[in-house]
Write a protein that binds this ligand. Structure first.
Ligand code: F6R
Length: 608
């Protein structure tokens, strides 16, 4: 994901900007750039490829100025070349950006109709030109940014530099993190504390929707409503930078909140935003078209991501799927037709059972495709083809952001399979890709329900048993909800297919039993609502996770509702995963459990 740095310094800052960008290299990038302002005039240097190319540019043509912004870019919209590299600029301002501006097409069309001539293929340039237009209309920099931010949809962080203002930087956070660093007569902006580590240990994190005006004396922060606010400053411990929790008490909370950003990044990696098509960098060395079935295998949460994907592969590609947990698969002596495709999913890439199953599949003549988060892991190395999840390091033992990133990659794969097998039309593919691009902002929206969810989690914390119900892709998500609650709070929880309830588990239901029902929109929503009525009739306390329509239909039978934004049913599991994770997280926090390192669990299970 892109890296952002901004410095209001005491001397020329170009070299410091590049040094800070080096600390953000771990995020991955394919071009870089810096801009400064000196005596009111903006200057900019950019280069494709590694930071040493940018350093060479700066060597040839130094860039003076004690105020500047810098960026490492991971291409999403447009090729990774110099003209798409950040900062993007007009004569009046320069901008660096992390994340995606989802509505950039319509904004670009509006600006072009207004006479703007775009110089890049990026979504970022619409921000530059919108703010420029406000400045032309006579607004001051802060007013111009405040006028433009509400027009931008998506999950992003931004930093702005203005011609004529040597003592001003503006930053904005909407779904992607941004930290402010306080120095001695200097101020800093950065994607994370790691970028700011050489300069200061006195950090504050902007909250969702905040934007900030910095000068060398300090920071004025405005919340999403435009009201001035203060945010707590914290001292970052030396050495703590690699394991930085940001504003959060636990890594699990941080990782839940990172999802709009990392899922956005993962989606951007696998779709062509302009053509609205799924796009994998290399052609697959196998042919989805000739497959008679797909075998999916993984453990725990990764297995449940595969279980969701089974519905996608079957529906979107008419590809039959065999799925199993790796600890069973490896010993089942599954007969496999040589030339088939076996798909393994793993965050760590080191899970012993998954690895053993992978080796079995290879011996059976399968092509091995893996979805992994750690690119250097054994599973990645032993696979024929790897599709990476770009979740970044996941530290909380309970998997959260890796799960939704796995879902993102798996959906892209299912769409690719659907196209190759002639099942999905170009129009259907476009609709699904549009829905995928909308996921990060829907996730941001879902995270806004956190206060209500925290409140409801206390209901769960009081219970000794909890049921999770769902149909279709919400069934494996119900299993995931139960798994998350079990492992973080140690409350007994079960996930069930909602239609299976009356075949046994309904006997458990009484007035002490919270029942979390996942009912996203789609053809099965009404059937799930009928199951809600069956539970309510037996006194069960229904916590509904659904949109306004589901809430309306089930109103008489629910104890509480977590009202979700409108989603396209195909991407619902990515968005509905968030309230499920937050319920487990807050129940565990409320109960005083060790959320990041639950008892008996390890992050990477390298033994059988
Ligand atoms: C649950 C969880 C585990 C892992 C499982 C597989 O929150 O994290 O169930 O999903 O141990 O691990 P990986 O994905 O590393 O193979």
């Amino acid at each position: 994901m892109c890296g952002i740095i901004g410095i209001l310094g005491k001397q020329d800052v170009a070299a410091q900007l590049v040094d800070a960008l080096k600390r953000l290299e771990y995020r991955g990038y394919d071009s870089a750039g810096v801009a400064t302002v000196q005596n009111g005039a903006l200057g900019r240097r950019r280069a494709e490829g590694k930071l040493r190319n940018l350093e060479a540019r700066l060597g040839e043509r130094p860039l003076p100025g004690a105020t500047g912004i810098g960026h490492t870019r991971w291409a999403t919209h447009g090729r990774p070349n110099e003209s798409n590299a950040h900062p993007h600029a007009t004569a009046r301002l320069a901008v660096v950006h992390n994340g995606i501006i989802e509505n950039f097409r319509e904004l670009r069309a509006e600006l072009e109709a207004d006479g703007a001539a775009f110089e890049s293929d990026t979504d970022t340039e619409v921000v530059v030109r919108l703010v420029d237009r406000e400045l032309t209309r006579g607004k001051l920099p802060g007013e111009a940014v405040a006028a433009v931010l509400p027009r931008l949809r998506g999950a992003f962080a931004l930093a702005f530099l203005f011609a004529g203002y040597d003592d001003l930087l503006i930053g904005a956070r909407h779904g992607a993190p941004l930290a402010v660093g306080h120095g001695d007569g200097e101020m800093f902006l950065g994607s994370d504390a790691l970028a700011l580590a050489p300069f200061t240990d006195d950090i504050l994190y902007l909250d969702e929707g905040d934007w900030v005006e910095l000068d060398r004396q300090g920071a004025i922060i405005h919340d999403a409503g435009g009201f001035p606010v203060t945010r707590a400053r914290q001292k970052i411990q030396p050495g703590a930078f690699l394991a930085d929790k940001g504003n959060h008490r636990h890594f699990m909370a941080k990782e839940i909140h990172e999802q709009p950003e990392v899922v956005g990044r993962t989606i951007a990696h696998y779709v062509d935003m302009a053509a609205l098509r799924v796009a994998f960098a290399d052609p697959f060395p196998f042919d989805f078209k000739s497959l008679s079935r797909l075998t999916i295998c993984a453990c725990g949460t990764a297995y449940l991501a595969g279980y969701v994907a089974r519905y996608w592969f079957e529906k979107l590609a008419r590809l039959p799927v065999d799925i199993d947990v790796a600890s069973e698969f490896r010993y089942r002596e599954v007969p496999m037709t040589p030339g088939g495709l076996a798909l393994f999913i793993s965050q760590s890439g080191e899970t012993a059972d998954t690895l053993a199953s992978l080796r079995y599949a290879k011996r059976e003549g399968q092509h091995v495709l893996s979805v992994v988060n750690v690119a250097t892991s054994t599973i990645a190395r032993e696979s024929d083809t790897t599709a990476a999840t770009l979740a970044g390091p996941e530290i909380g033992v309970a998997s959260t952001k890796a799960f939704t990133c796995q879902l993102a990659v798996l959906l892209a794969l299912a769409v690719a399979a659907g196209r190759a097998r002639g099942v999905l039309s170009a129009d259907e593919e476009r609709r699904i890709v549009e829905a995928m691009i909308g996921v990060p902002s829907l996730m941001t929206e879902a995270l806004k329900r956190e206060v209500d969810i925290e409140h409801l989690s206390r209901e769960l914390a009081k219970a000794s048993d909890v049921l999770y119900l769902g149909r279709g892709t919400s069934f494996p998500l119900a299993l995931e909800g139960a798994l998350k609650l079990k492992e973080t709070s140690y409350i007994h929880a079960e996930g069930y297919a909602a239609g299976e309830l009356k075949h046994g588990p309904i006997a458990l239901v009484d007035e002490h039993m919270p029942v979390v029902v996942l009912a996203p929109p789609g053809e099965l929503m009404e059937k799930t609502v009928s199951n809600i009525q069956e539970v309510a009739a037996r006194g069960g306390r229904i916590i509904l996770v659904g949109d306004a329509r589901a809430a309306h239909e089930a109103a008489l039978d629910t104890f509480a509702t977590i009202e979700m934004p409108d989603v396209d049913p195909i991407v619902a599991p990515l968005v509905y995963a968030l309230p499920v994770q937050l319920l487990a997280y807050h129940a565990a926090v409320f109960m005083g459990k060790d959320v990041d390192q639950p008892r008996n669990l390890a992050k990477s299970v390298t033994v059988e």
